[in-house]
Write a protein that binds this ligand. Sequence first.
Ligand code: NAP
Length: 286
Amino acid sequence: MTARVIDGKAVAREVRAEVARGVEQLLAAGGTAPGLATVLVGDDPASEVYVRNKRRLSVEAGMVDQHRHLPGDVDQATAEALLDELAADPAVSGILLQLPTPKHLASDALVLRIPAEKDVDGLTTLNAGLLAQGRPGLRPCTPAGVMRLLDAYDVELAGAEAVVVGRSALVGKPMAQLLLGRNATVTTCHSRTRDVAEVCRRADVLVVAAGIPGLIGADAVRPGATVIDVGIHRGEDGLVGDVRYDEVAEVAGLLTPVPGGVGPMTIAMLLANTLTAAKAQQGLGD
Ligand code: NAP
């Protein structure tokens, strides 16, 4: 194996410690503790685990847990009314609607009820637009976490060839825009890309968020490249990513494992966004 392994758990721990210090400073400056409202609709076991971890780690960082749970058969109007209530509540700094919501709900319409300044997932149209224009705003947590990992390992981005596999609103698109904002030359691949491996081989920095287990192998990686695997899949032998770890580790220079790579960063950046939102709302922003 040649690749250095990127330790997402350690970097996430650092980010959470920074956030905890930021919360203490906010209180010392006369502010109030940030409140994070996670909203879970229904009882999907995977979503329950994600939400439980977000709540636990927000409390560990000194935040107030403002969690709400709606039954799986809730109607659209009731769910929207809850989000409106959270939007108006000054004790709530950030609102995170756990996705996916049950199929009968229009999740896009629900996300639109979240005011941009409380949109700690960075998914509203306004925050997406601010990112597209390169202006300050709350950034989607997973791509923001990837940027933080790249910085933690001093990966050169200006002028680098970056390839992002995937173009979802949650990961791929904001990822490409964040890399572009740091002056990388960015190419995005998607399901209609003719030869994904060929495009990926150009990359100095390759971020894979396709949602297909083992899509990317050693043939798609330039020797020495930095490879970030966003994919998470629950297989028979535990969690696996979109990258075939063992073979890519022989070629890449830096590589994230699954688990323990990008995953822990997503929650850490959610906490960072919640602190940023609270400070801005309390007029104590940077
Ligand atoms: P998604 O909405 O399903 O988007 C997948 C993207 O990959 C789409 O843009 C799709 O292209 C593209 N794609 C699909 N097959 C492809 C192929 N064969 N070659 C190239 N591109 C292909 O998924 P997502 O929400 O972005 O999530 C991606 C993965 O990251 C999933 O495994 C998810 O579980 C994981 N994830 C992890 C975290 C974390 O915290 N670590 C957070 C979020 C997501 P089209 O647009 O053409 O369909």
